[in-house]
Design a protein around this ligand. Structure first.
Ligand code: HPA
Length: 281
């Protein structure tokens, strides 16, 4: 699907008709991380399936709805469940909700996911602040007609993820005993997990963690001028590292086991970003 700006507007108007809530920060909650919404003072919920024209999440670990409300007093919209390329959606379809959140008025976005560790020094349960990404193994969501209302045809992607935020977060997380790393995330399309040879390749090109999401979302967010932050919960060692054979069960089990740390890191990030936005006006 090659969306026009009118298509986006039509979908945005359906949302605006249902809630006048004005979020400041957006977030995408990754595999097994959806329970963050239990801590939100919820003002509205809109399932993706109720927005005509919007692709829906088919993954059982992803609920598929926009949740609007206050988290730590900050007005937010959270995607409880994301849409993936491996469900059969194009990069434009996968990133459509990111564009809709920008139209809702967000200034910053926090992208979270579960990922496999490529760095043998990482452990399942670590959180990796994303310092940079590699998009070269998936098609760009910006291929096709450029929609000038959203940004430049050839947007600059460096620096992409909030380095200052990551410096601050890294230190705060360490003080609190949250096992935290910083590194480069690479997106593969999935849904199959990688072969040992693919993991070797990803290590050689300089990635520290691998997953099936996030990068194309970060690209459209950056193109639209959003401040982008993100972290991965390391749910498993990638295939072949320390004999690992990743599975969906292992990913979800670790996501559940790490819920407390992930929640704390997320909360720190939201508070820090809200403070930064307040200072910068
Ligand atoms: N590979 C790809 N995606 C993932 C992994 C992995 O090992 N773990 C969680 N998401």
């Amino acid at each position: 699907m090659n969306y026009t700006y009118q298509d986006y507007l039509k979908m945005y108007e359906q949302i605006a008709k249902r809630t006048d809530f004005k979020p400041l920060i957006g977030a995408v909650l990754g595999s097994g991380l959806g329970n963050v919404v239990n801590k939100v003072d919820i003002k509205a919920i809109i399932p993706y399936s109720e927005i005509e024209g919007m692709p829906c999440s088919t993954n059982k670990a992803h609920k598929g709805q926009f949740v609007f409300g206050y988290f730590k007093g900050v007005p937010m919209v959270l995607m409880q469940g994301r849409i993936h390329m491996y469900e059969g959606y194009t990069p434009q379809e996968v990133t459509l909700p990111i564009r809709l959140m920008k139209m809702m008025g967000i200034r910053s976005i926090i992208l979270t996911n579960a990922a496999g560790a490529l760095d043998p020094s990482y452990r399942p349960g670590d959180c990796m602040l994303i310092d940079d990404h590699i998009s070269s193994f998936v098609p760009s969501p910006l291929i096709g007609n450029n929609i000038d209302e959203f940004g430049d045809r050839f947007p600059c992607m460096s620096p992409l993820y909030g380095q200052e935020q990551n410096n601050y977060l890294y230190n705060r997380a360490r003080e609190r005993g949250i096992p935290v790393q910083r590194g480069v995330y690479v997106q593969f399309s999935g849904p199959q997990y990688e072969t040992k040879a693919e993991i070797h390749l990803a290590q050689i090109v300089g990635a520290n963690a691998v997953g099936m999401s996030t990068v194309i979302e970060a690209i459209v967010a950056k193109q639209m001028g959003l401040y982008v932050m993100g972290f991965s919960l390391i749910s498993n060692m990638a295939a072949g590292i320390a004999g690992s054979m990743p599975s969906d069960e292992e990913v979800l089990k670790q996501a559940n086991a790490s819920e407390k740390n992930v929640y704390e890191l997320f909360a720190l990030e939201v508070e820090m970003e809200a403070e930064r936005l307040k200072k910068n006006g």
